[in-house]
Write a protein of this length. Structure first.
Length: 164
């Protein structure tokens, strides 16, 4: 007697196939999508009461070549220790640390994120993947392993100049 081969075959109806596709896509988005979109938020530490966000024509910030001029009369919050700016157009972080101004590149050395930062307790945190840097740009916590580039700062009257 020969070997009997037993097989079964079938096909899903179109409505069943569409149901399974939508259900599968929903599960994937629910599992991974929410984490992705919340981890890449750029408003974690934004100040919604700031009437002069950086970069606008009335913001008091002028970018010219390798120089950024910040009018501290307009960006007056920066006069207070602990306050900071992310100047997206110049990819630069500026902070007042105990009365002194520091400026660093906003391009994280881990993966190149440049718009997702917070600053608190004298620490810059890249919220893309959690790297933490001190005010000199040195890595305090990875995954980044290289420091942020530090820029020169100089105050003349009510103007802070950052030289990149």
């Amino acid at each position: 007697m020969g070997n009997l081969l037993s097989t079964k075959s079938g096909s899903l109806t179109d409505s069943r196939r569409k149901f399974l596709e939508k259900t599968g896509a929903s599960i994937v988005l629910a599992t991974f999508g929410a984490a992705f979109f919340t981890s890449c938020s750029s408003t974690d530490d934004a100040d919604p009461t700031n009437p002069n966000p950086p970069g606008g024509s009335s913001s008091g910030i002028t970018i010219s070549g390798n120089s950024i001029s910040i009018n501290l009369s307009i960006q007056s919050a920066l006069n207070t220790s602990g306050n900071w700016l992310l100047i997206e157009n110049a990819r630069t972080l500026v902070a007042n640390v105990n009365g002194s101004f520091v400026a660093l590149t906003s391009v994280c050395t881990h993966s190149g994120c440049d718009r997702n930062w917070t600053f608190g307790n004298n620490r810059f945190t890249c919220t893309c993947h959690g790297s933490v840097f001190d005010p000199r740009g040195q890595v305090l916590q990875g995954p980044a392993t290289a420091p942020l580039t530090q820029f020169g700062t100089q105050v003349s009257g009510t103007t802070l100049v950052v030289t990149r």
